[in-house]
Design a protein. Structure first.
Length: 222
């Protein structure tokens, strides 16, 4: 059996300027959604470990729902389902950012919960014995230590969320994959275009990984 494998590097490089038009959308959805998701994750993560039941139960429901359903289903629901409830359309870019924010927020909530609970009880007791209030103890003693322990996991979640944006071509967001699909429809160079898309995603995720490694070497993490 003879395999006829041909890769046109010229076609691959020629697709790059067109693909780069989708890069700002990929970055905006990724980092915009992650920024919102980080805030959401802190709020629901602290609610999750709250001794108050009426705070804890909604947090558990939110976390389980968004961790237990695919992000693709979530973005389809936001883009196609919510307009029926709201009585108006939702912009595809807004739907993508919202999906990343809510999905990442659920995972970040668990990262926050684990990070805060990993701090020894003695640290809290030491703060209280110094005359700090419970809030001050958390703000100045518990949270800084927990955040350092959370950063590697937060970085991993960031990489996952960046890759998840590739699914949002289904709602017409002009990100990398969508740009590639349009280009392929005109040029029929699927192999070369998807190869370049993979390289661009790899460049983004490797850059984030290198930034996290730099933080670790400087002693910010851990």
């Amino acid at each position: 059996m003879e395999l006829n494998f041909q890769f046109d590097w010229h076609a691959a490089i020629a697709s790059l300027p067109y693909l780069l038009k989708g890069l700002p959308y990929t970055l905006l959805i990724s980092f915009g959604g992650l920024a919102i998701g980080f805030v959401v994750g802190i709020v629901f993560g602290l609610m999750r470990i709250s001794p108050t039941r009426w705070l804890r139960i909604p947090a558990v429901v939110y976390i389980e729902v968004f961790r237990g359903t695919p992000v693709l289903v979530q973005v389809l629901f936001i883009f196609y389902g919510l307009p029926t409830l709201l009585g108006g359309p939702i912009n595809a870019l807004t739907a993508g950012i919202a999906a990343i924010a809510l999905n990442a927020g659920a995972y970040i909530s668990e990262i926050v919960r684990g990070g805060v609970q990993s701090i020894e009880r003695g640290q809290r007791e030491a703060g209280l014995s110094l005359g700090l209030s419970g809030t001050q103890t958390f703000q100045y003693i518990v949270w800084p230590q927990a955040l350092r322990r959370m950063i590697p996991a937060l970085g991993n979640q960031g990489i996952v969320s960046i890759k998840d944006t590739s699914l949002f071509s289904v709602i017409g967001v002009g990100e990398l994959v969508r740009q590639g699909q349009v280009y392929i429809a005109n040029t029929f160079t699927a192999l070369e275009v998807y190869f370049m898309i993979a390289l661009l995603y790899l460049a983004i995720t490797l850059s984030l990984s290198m930034a996290l490694n730099l933080l670790e070497r400087k002693g910010v993490v851990g």
